[in-house]
Design a protein around this ligand. Structure first.
Ligand SMILES: [Cu+2]
Length: 218
């Protein structure tokens, strides 16, 4: 086959399969506070603007454990339709409740594994508490997009496998003041980095467990 004909058929194949056939992009979101310190536990999510992408909930529930009178992890991002189970690994009883609009529920005091996992069927942020240990707090971030990542201690959240297109980038953190809201364009097999300085409210959580010696959080 002459070279120009081969090139032409490759172009045709590319046009027929669409841009996703040429790979997928990755966005690395680098989050810091106003002083430049990395921000852990922030959830970065990308919502496609030029196509609607369905979310598929995992068959297995996510797990938020109660241990040493705290919820672990502190922030759990999931997609709409995911169930979450709340095993209690302490020897004392805990309760779990939420009064958030995206999910209101109440699991009465229990030890061990509660009877069933809780279904999160609406997008939004759900604040969890335990009604006998009021310092116990955790967040479930329920997302209507499959493209998200939670920042580690280095403040970095990587979102991969992104088809080329226009996306709305959002960042959520329990202490975030204001909003992070940008539109970005991903080209296939392109790696892009978004560096974002977050304005955070002061962390006023104080642990009041008797064995905590009144120590605050890091
Ligand atoms: Cu508790």
């Amino acid at each position: 086959m002459p070279r120009f004909a081969l090139l032409f058929s490759l172009l045709l194949a590319g046009a027929a399969l669409g841009s996703t056939a040429f790979g997928a992009g990755t966005v690395q979101v680098v989050l810091s506070d106003a002083k430049g310190k990395p921000v852990a536990d922030a959830v970065a999510s990308l919502t496609r603007l030029d196509a609607s992408i369905p979310v598929v909930a995992p068959a297995e529930p996510a797990v938020i454990t109660q241990k040493d009178e705290e919820f672990h992890p502190y922030v759990t991002p999931i997609v709409v339709g995911t169930r979450v189970s709340f095993p209690n690994e302490d020897s004392i009883q805990h309760q779990v409740f939420s009064q958030s609009e995206a999910k209101t529920f109440d699991i009465p005091l229990y030890r061990g594994a509660p009877k069933e996992a809780v279904l999160f069927d609406k997008a939004g942020v759900v604040t969890l508490g335990c009604n006998i240990h009021d310092w116990m707090k955790a967040y479930v971030v329920v997302l209507a997009t499959p493209y998200f990542s939670k920042a580690g201690d280095d403040g970095k959240a990587a979102i991969g496998q992104l088809p080329a297109g226009r996306y709305h980038l959002e960042v959520w953190h329990p202490l975030l003041a204001g909003k992070v809201d940008r539109e970005i364009v991903i080209s296939a097999s392109d790696d892009t980095t978004q560096v974002i300085a977050l304005t955070l409210r002061p962390d006023r959580r104080i642990r009041r467990a008797p064995d905590a010696g009144g120590a605050g959080y890091k």
